[in-house]
Design a protein around this ligand. Sequence first.
Ligand code: NDP
Length: 309
Amino acid sequence: MSANLLRGKPIADAIKSEVEAEVAEIRASHGFSPCLAVVRVGEDPASAVYVGSKVKTAEELGIISEHLHFPAETPHEKIVDVVKALNARDDVDGILVQLPLPKHIDERTVLELIDPEKDVDGFHPVNAGRLMQGHEALTPCTPAGVIEVLKRSGIAIAGKNAVVVGRSNIVGKPMAMLLLQENATVTICHSRTANLADVCSRADILVAAIGRAGFIKAEHIGEGSTVIDVGINNVSDPAFARELFGPDDLEKRLGVIENRGFTLVGDVNPKDAMEKAANFTPVPGGIGLLTVAMLMKNTVTAAKMRRKL
Ligand code: NDP
């Protein structure tokens, strides 16, 4: 058996087209464009790439974007003042503080300061609480993207056994809540779960959000299941790459390692998932592409909710 690949691009493109149309409609009917402010502190190269992609996508869809970039040594109080000022501005609909922040800035204080109505990352405890209680909320982009992939690929969620490996506040826990909201029977696993392979292999839908390359293997994957790989890891060892990729992909991946020094791999062993699962999201090219699209969707939702459109 070879799994059906659930590619992220067509789904992310469809969501972006819908957002673009909605932004045009808001502009035509209400005379403004939603505005997203992105705060970045320091020179983390991955953050620079992520923020660049968020700002560029916003502009493409007609969303006004502001990129506020501060040097790494900026004091905590200054970032607090920046967030407060963005909270107070009526033209700003969404505020995103790119993580990680430099160590001297207290991440939690900063995130909890964001007005929940403008919290487009969905990390504020008020939004986490609303999601938990099943009320309308701004939800974290990556797990919300997973739900879009499942729904738009025609994969039934209601009544299915869903297993989420990982319990972080940004992926695992909100993922479990969203699956529950869709009427799945949900199990959350973590580093202390006993008999992980047993639990995972009984899943109809298995979501891996662990942060360990190729950790989920054949023994964890149920025949005919849907495997969603949220992980993004670098693999630079050609011997390890041989364990991860089947003959159709291996040569390409080894070439990427040789040219770039590493290849991107999820938390699932792709060779095993392709053999056992019915559906599988590739890395790269899977869930990663949904995150920015869902951020754009959240920005429009935040604008509509706060301005009561
Ligand atoms: P965290 O490190 O915050 O959480 C990892 C989770 O995995 C923890 O709950 C941890 O359990 C669990 N875990 C670790 N080791 C094991 C193990 N041996 N067995 C079972 N569970 C284990 O990571 P994130 O949630 O932030 O991210 C997870 C992955 O998703 C990463 O690869 C990250 O790069 C990727 N990611 C991708 C995004 C995208 O856009 N596609 C966005 C965000 C993240 P415990 O709580 O017990 O320690």
